[in-house]
Structure formats: C-alpha cells, structure tokens
Ligand binder design. Structure first.
Ligand code: 13P
Ligand code: SF4
Length: 326
C-alpha cells in the first residue's frame, strides 16, 4: 500500500501567502492542490512548470520550474514514470523527444503557440531550397515536424551561443522573426527570417515603454527577446524568462517592468517582496489553458498523452540534442 501522506494546508499555502488571501486560496485551490499532490505520488509523476504558469500551479504543485531551456534539460534526466507539462504543447513534445519511453502528459491539447503554428515543415523545405547550404536554426517554439527539418534548435536563453557556435556569416533562423532580428543585432550574423511572431510579445511598443518610464521614474525595463527589436532597444536588459529572473535576483531593482507574460510578475512578486512589479500584463491564452482542474483531470485519466510519429522522432531529437550539447 502506497503512503500518500501530503503536507498540511499551512505548508501548502506558504509559498503564495504574500500574494493571495488564505480564504480565497482555500476556496479556489486547496482541494485541487491536495488531489494533484496525491495523484503525483500515486503515479510516480512529476510536474514541469514554465515560468508563465499561474502562481497556484507554479508555487503549489510543480516540481521543476524554469524557461524552455531549463525544462528541456530537466526532462533529459527525470527519474519518474510520468512527466506532466504545465506549459504549452511544443514544450511537452520536446520532453517527449528526450524521453521517448516515458509517458508525457499535457493537460490541454489546445495549449499551442502562435510561433509553433506559424510555420510548417513544407515551409522549411522551401527555405532550404531557396538558400542551399545555409544552416537552419529553429527556435524550440516549433512542432516536432519543423524541428525534424532543422540542423539545430535554440531557445531564447541560448540563441546567441547556438548561432555563434556555427561559425558562419549567415543562418536561416525560424520561426520567430523578432528573435532572429534581435540576435542579428547582437551578433552581426545575417539572418534569413520567417514572418511568425509571438502573439503576446508582438503587442508591446517602445511608446508604451517610454510612457511607463514617465509614470514610474527609475523603473528598470526587462524585455523578452520575442519582443520587436525597437522594444528590446528601449529596454535596460533582454533575456529569456530564466535570465529575467536571474537579473532580478542579482540587481534587486526597486521597481521593475517585465515586458512579457503577466504570470511572470505574479510568480516573482511572491519571491521578491522588496521589488515593485509594474505590470503591462499581456496574457498568453495558450499558457492559460493549463489550470489546476485541468492538471487534476489529466493525472486522473492519464491524458492527453504526447505521441510523436516515429518517422520524425530521430531527426527532431537530433536537432534538440545538438542544442543541449552547447
Ligand atoms: P523562455 O524560454 O524564455 O521561457 O520563453 C518561452 C516562451 O514561450 C516565451 O514566450
Ligand atoms: Fe507562444 Fe508567445 Fe505563448 Fe510563449 S507567450 S507560448 S511564444 S504564444
């Protein structure tokens, strides 16, 4: 008989105590949190959560948290039978590529990504035909079919390193046009781009940033590299979601504006009570498909399982593994 003891409610509430009223947490979340922790033990499952997950998921039920790169690295070495991805579909697919023998669950198959949906394998084949011999660097925000057509993957956390490691004057960098242009500005390496954008980050403007600076003098502005280049230029720092967190941990700014998805500030506010988070707040509808009830149901029914056609697995995994070696 498995021991399914779980921590008491005081302990479970603690990580969000500074950002959420106890009554609200009890009424809205406590029962699902307890059920999820029991189910994880019962099925020997771990929950990987992206930095854009809401605080009750991020702080109360997840086991490993991070940006896309950290989640991919973690997925490589997980000692569990089941991995549940509290994130979007491409993140679950990446975990599956690195763990073909494990069951990988996504609580809602509708949790997509405008970048992953913005390019097809056929599009990549056409680009390769148009630019023979030019290496294809593919952002992990892409389908396994697109990864399978690529030489190497990258994330926002290692894009510069990956591109520079190729030692070439020109690369095809897909699907995020803005990430490619931002990396071109940093490295001087010519990018052949594709017109796909993140629907969350493309909405930020430099005018908006200037207005926030006027309203909050002294505010530090930190932008995700999926933002348009003019926005990244107007920021004090740009990096992946994990690099943004590291910036706050190191610089300890009094006031900060995270030019990214809303939940980042909510999650960090719980950990950095001395920093004021100014919130421009753009929500990712895909990340927000993942809720506590959806996670609970997914672990109860062991659905939806990620399946990648065998014909794609090997080539797509190679592109991800080449990135992880850098
Ligand atoms: P990170 O790898 O920086 O976490 O970004 C993933 C993502 O989807 C950002 O929109
Ligand atoms: Fe995709 Fe943008 Fe959502 Fe990230 S925030 S999952 S890039 S749509």
């Amino acid at each position: 008989m498995l021991a399914l003891n779980i921590p008491d409610r005081d302990t479970l509430y603690q990580p969000v105590a500074s950002i959420m009223a106890r009554d609200f947490w009890e009424e809205r979340y406590a029962a699902d949190i307890e059920a999820i922790i029991r189910l994880k033990k019962q099925h020997n499952a771990v929950i990987l959560a992206h930095n854009y997950q809401t605080p009750e998921i991020f702080h109360c039920v997840s086991d490993i948290r991070g940006d896309s790169l950290a989640l991919a690295r973690a997925a490589q070495n997980i000692d569990a039978d089941i991995i549940l991805m509290a994130g979007v579909h491409f993140m679950a697919e990446t975990a599956k590529l690195l763990n073909t023998e494990k069951k990988i669950l996504i609580p809602d198959v509708a949790a997509g990504c405008s970048l992953a949906e913005g390019i097809t394998a056929e599009n990549v084949r056409s680009l390769k035909q148009a630019y023979p011999g030019v290496p294809v660097v593919t952002y992990v925000n892409s389908t396994a079919a697109v990864k399978a057509e690529s030489d190497i993957c990258c994330t926002s956390g290692n894009a510069r390193k990956v591109v520079e490691s190729l030692n070439v004057p020109r690369v095809i960098m897909i699907p995020d046009e803005f990430l490619a242009r931002n990396i071109q500005a940093e490295t001087g390496i010519e990018m052949i781009t594709w017109p796909a954008h993140c629907e969350v980050h493309e909405r930020f403007t430099p005018q908006e940033i200037r207005q926030y600076r006027r309203m909050h003098p002294g505010v530090k502005v930190v932008a995700h590299p999926e933002c348009p280049p003019e926005v990244v230029e107007a920021a004090d720092y740009s990096g992946s979601t994990a690099q943004m967190i590291a910036y706050i941990a190191e610089e300890k700014p009094e006031k900060v504006l995270l030019v990214t998805e809303c939940s980042m500030s909510d999650n960090l506010a719980a950990e950095y009570p001395n920093t004021t988070f100014v919130r421009p707040c753009n929500l990712c509808p895909h990340m927000k498909c993942i809720t506590l009830p959806a996670i609970r149901k997914s672990l109860e029914n062991l659905e939806a399982e990620i399946v990648i056609p065998e014909s794609l697995q090997e080539r797509a995994r190679l592109a991800v593994e080449r990135m992880l070696l850098i």
